[in-house]
Design a protein around this ligand. Sequence first.
Ligand code: NAP
Length: 295
Amino acid sequence: MSAKIISGNEIAKQIREELRQEVAELKAKHGLTPGLVTILVGENPASVSYVTAKNKTAHELGFHSFQDNQPADISEAGLLALVDKYNKDPAIHGILVQLPLPKHINETKVLYAIDPDKDVDGFHPVNVGKLMIGEAVFLPCTPAGIQQLLIRSGVETKGAEVVVVGRSNIVGKPIANILLQKQKGANATVTICHTGTKNTKEHTLRADILVVAAGVPKAVTADMVKPGAVVIDVGVNRIGKSESGKAILCGDVDYEPVKEIAGMITPVPGGVGPMTITMLMLNTVKAARLAKGLR
Ligand SMILES: NC(=O)c1ccc[n+]([C@@H]2O[C@H](COP(=O)([O-])OP(=O)(O)OC[C@H]3O[C@@H](n4cnc5c(N)ncnc54)[C@H](OP(=O)(O)O)[C@@H]3O)[C@@H](O)[C@H]2O)c1
């Protein structure tokens, strides 16, 4: 039997509707409008499209949101000063610096300069550390989206064997950390595979929940998946262009054959992708609430 499709489009829509209502309530009851600034350095086309989408979603939800475009040759000191300005701006609750930055700017230095209370991407070491010790405030957006996909699809994570393929700081490590916490929607037994793993298939075949973030098209094939497993495909690989010039995307999972074995699966596109921006919005609303002393 073919797997049930987990629709990130549908779940993201649901969460955005909840957020829209929450924002309206925050404005009406507390005079509070969540504020988000997206800082874009240069004109990298992928970055331009990500930032535009983030800003558009923020507007749709009723945020005070704007894009701060800076030239590619802005100095590191100039960018740090800009971050500092927004750190001090009480109308701004979330600061997002779109990566990658030009080579002459130290990305780590810039990310570390963001006030952890406004770090809605969840990349500041203070927030990474809080996640590690089970005191998370802002979860990084893509892994947070994956957890929501599991929770809202009724997948039992408690006691589940989770195998994560990939150990990046933005996906692999944080999703592993999230799912191993002794908390609701987590409490799993987690294994992380990477290019140093001796026999990845041996691990993936044990997985009740398999999260794949390898950045390699079709890295996980049907013979690597346990029948009935929940498969979350984080990969976004551009493998060509359609006749109309649109990018053809594929995930890190060999979707069609794996769909015939898995119990549930996320498609690419329309799976994890739409959740990332949605969780950025959720983090910004949370930052606004915390800044106002609301739970
Ligand atoms: N949908 C979204 O919103 C979203 C967000 C972020 C990323 N993504 C996508 O998710 C994918 C992963 O992104 P990333 O930033 O985590 O990638 P990354 O930084 O390139 O990390 C890839 C990880 O996968 C491991 N790996 C690669 N091939 C492997 C294999 N055959 N077996 C086991 N492990 C393997 C690497 O191991 P080593 O550490 O040993 O090199 C590395 O840890 C990409 O396709 C990216 O475009 C999507």
